[in-house]
Design a binder for this molecule. Sequence first.
Ligand code: ZN
Length: 451
Amino acid sequence: MQTQITCPNCGTPYMADVYQIIDVGRQPQLKEMLLSGQLNFAVCPNCGAGGRIATPLLYHDPAHDIFMVHVPPEMNLDQVRREEIVGQLVQQVVNQTPPEKRRGYMFNPQTMLTMQSFMEKVWGTEGVTPEMLARQQRQVDLLRRMATASPDVQEILLKENVRDIDETFFSILRAQIEATSQMSDANQVVGLLNLQAKLMTETEIGRKLEKQQMALHALNRDAKKAGGLSPELLAQHIIANEEDESLVTTLALTGRAAMTYDFFTKLTDEAEKRQKAGDTAGAEHLGHVRDQLLEIQREMQEATQQVLKAAQDVLDDILKADNLDEAVNANMGRIDDLFMHVLEARQAHAEQSGRHEESEKLRHIQEIIISQMQSDTPPEVQLLTQLVSAANKQEREQIIQSAPGLVSDELVEVIDMLREQASSAGQTELGDRLSEVRAELKAKLALAGSH
Ligand SMILES: [Zn+2]
């Protein structure tokens, strides 16, 4: 819900989204937001000061039987008021859960006294232990100290904490650079970039990561030049880096679509060539690399099978239900792109095999899901999705005309945000489309303003 907040720094009042119920079965994206620290985090539009909004939280994760509440002590609520709020939140969750999915624990939520214990429990469902969290907190603190320290002090901090500087540390640093550049604080960004460059050369893990980045960059560059990554090209790059096991794995994971029969044949050919040339050790080594990659491929295939199986199970559950709408609703949290893919494939197969009744039922399930997704999506985002996927300017024109109330400066701001996201994710095509849409909307707004 939208709530008015007053900035503690500059006093500006502004509206922010506040979530009090995180029902993972229904809205798994809220869990992601919570874990990444974005949930109930407000940033003042005037001065940029940001912080967590203190609000009561109810967390429900049906897959892990977790039903817990946290009421921040800083809200200074008395016992009676606290119980009242918790009661209301519980009631809401119970009401939105279909009767057959309600469970006994829903009437007795676990109370978490601190946000820390609350978060530890959520991280626990991701296999992250309190020890791992403590280490990460240490790393965040270390980064904060290093970012503002003089070169001498940085050197000392580096020597003292070299064991805490691992891949996670580098990913925290990268995230920090990204966040800071969005707030357009140039000085701070430069400081962080310098720190990153220093750590890249002065630590073993940094040198390893840099080598990895360069190898991936070379692979992408060659693939782009050749118009795509072929099995031959992937084999060449793997052979060129065969001495570095983790690099081989990284390249294979990046280019896994090119790990075909041809790819493995290329490795075998090269090993045989070495054997003939009398390089027995080289042939053996490459044979070993090939076996390892086969093993990685097998593991990836197994993992794919498992998620496919899970999606099929969900579909079977829904098909068995008496009420399709309710069944889809109860499973919304488990419906993703892969599920839709499975659904389409099964529907096409039923159609081809002449099982019309089943095919119709599957088509109906598809319709329910799509209308459910659309009703969950804010109208602005629906409009933008339509605009971005429109075939041409004319079609966009029609879409804009059909929703005159939504064309506003706020919509342009949403586009700007999405453009930034697209550009930092390297999605240039989406970025270009958004720029096109933005220009057209701006023209529309200018026209409306001149009347
Ligand atoms: Zn402010």
